[in-house]
Design a protein around this ligand. Structure first.
Ligand SMILES: NC(=O)c1ccc[n+]([C@@H]2O[C@H](COP(=O)([O-])OP(=O)(O)OC[C@H]3O[C@@H](n4cnc5c(N)ncnc54)[C@H](O)[C@@H]3O)[C@@H](O)[C@H]2O)c1
Length: 355
């Protein structure tokens, strides 16, 4: 297939420009329209991208272009409205940023909108394209770890920034199982008022239907990853099996101990390397519905359920069964529940972000 897919990109900040430039660099796409409410940012991006249609109103731009792909990269408080714009514009695919929503109630609404319209969606959990992430998956798939019984993920960044990434890769390493229940604790109110509203620290467990156990920690109390210097890349994600383990450090390569011995290799999260295959697989999915994008919405939705289930567990106590039967506003529940007790840090460097 050689059809060129026309794209509108709304929200031209850091991630919007990553997306727009990656679409532009791919011969299968044409950036036909761009939008940002910040006029100077819009002008600069439109000039750089050579987009024929530009504007500060996403709906107007999308309806003028009627794109194949509607991509929006706004901060997390803007999701449902943008999904509606994408559907109304006639786009066949919506490309959005994580997290898919700020509550389970909103995530359920977006899921319904997509199901009712038949529009596909992808969510940018693009770290998985890193060579070091893929190496760990390859080792797991080769059977060199034996039966996988545990997957784990930690990040010192806070929940709405980091947890959907951790869950996505942890589920990938576990074989994309559905979760049956979660249980968690949370502490610290500081980041509840952030643009990525979150408890300062969240830690908990996932029981997956295939018997694999997931263990997660995210935020101020999560352990340091001393092998990695860059604070945002202090993430450790891995899998333990009956015969060994393998793990990736977002900013520090991979390592494994398998029945064949000890091995390690380099790698660090890199937008320039991770975006092109993420974008290419959108064309592949548009060309052929059978080539489902690995970052498809339904997978991210399951991740969101895990995240929100953990928040509910932190509020209600005990285990929370998944899938969630109904929607709630988990951040509001945390605001009402969490005391002013300050969060305790796992390392002094966290004081800068969580003070
Ligand atoms: N996948 C990743 O690795 C990754 C990394 C960083 C951020 N993110 C996510 O990307 C999203 C965006 O983050 P960012 O760092 O690019 O933010 P940003 O603040 O740099 O950019 C957001 C842009 O959206 C624009 N905007 C706001 N309201 C708008 C509207 N109604 N219509 C059009 N444009 C509008 C803003 O003016 C701004 O230019 C967040 O959800 C964040 O969590 C993902």
């Amino acid at each position: 297939m050689s059809e060129k897919y026309r794209v509108v990109v709304a929200g031209l900040g850091k991630r919007g420009m990553h997306h727009a430039l990656a679409f532009r660099a791919n011969a299968r796409f044409e950036v036909a329209g761009v939008c940002d409410i910040d006029a100077s940012r819009l002008e600069a991006a439109a000039a750089r991208l050579g987009a024929p249609v530009k504007g500060t109103d996403a709906r107007q731009v999308a309806l003028a272009v009627r794109p194949d792909v509607f991509c929006f990269c706004t901060l997390p408080e803007l999701r449902t409205g943008m999904v509606r714009v994408g559907i109304e514009s006639g786009a066949r695919l919506i490309a959005m940023e994580k997290p898919i929503a700020l509550s389970s109630a909103e995530a359920i609404q977006i899921k319904r909108l997509l199901e009712e319209s038949g529009v596909r969606a992808v969510v940018s959990h693009q770290h998985r394209y890193g060579a070091h992430y893929r190496k760990v998956k390859e080792i797991i798939s080769s059977g060199a770890l034996g039966r996988i019984h545990t997957v784990y993920g930690t990040a010192t960044g806070w929940m709405m920034h980091m947890l959907s990434h951790l869950i996505d890769y942890l589920r990938w390493y576990a074989g994309e199982p559905e979760a049956e229940w979660v249980m968690a604790q949370a502490g610290g109110r500081g980041k509840l008022s952030d643009a990525h509203p979150s408890p300062d620290y969240l830690a908990g467990f996932i029981h997956f239907a295939n018997g694999v156990r997931g263990v997660l920690e995210c935020g101020a109390g999560a352990p340091d990853v001393p092998e990695v210097e860059y604070w945002w890349r202090k993430c450790r994600i891995g899998a333990q099996g009956a015969e060994g383990f393998a793990e990736v450090l977002t900013g520090g390569g991979w390592r494994a101990v398998t029945r064949d011995g000890v091995a390690s290799g380099p790698g660090s999260m890199n937008y320039d390397l991770d975006m092109p295959p993420y974008i290419q697989q959108m064309a592949d999915w548009l060309d052929d519905p059978a080539q489902v994008h690995p970052c498809h919405f339904e997978s991210a939705y399951q991740g969101l359920e895990i995240m929100m289930g953990m928040c509910r567990s932190a509020v209600e106590g005990g285990q929370v069964a998944l899938p969630l039967a109904d929607g709630a506003d988990e951040i509001a529940l945390l605001r009402a529940h969490l005391t002013g007790k300050p969060v305790l840090f796992s390392m002094p460097a966290n004081a800068k972000e969580y003070a």
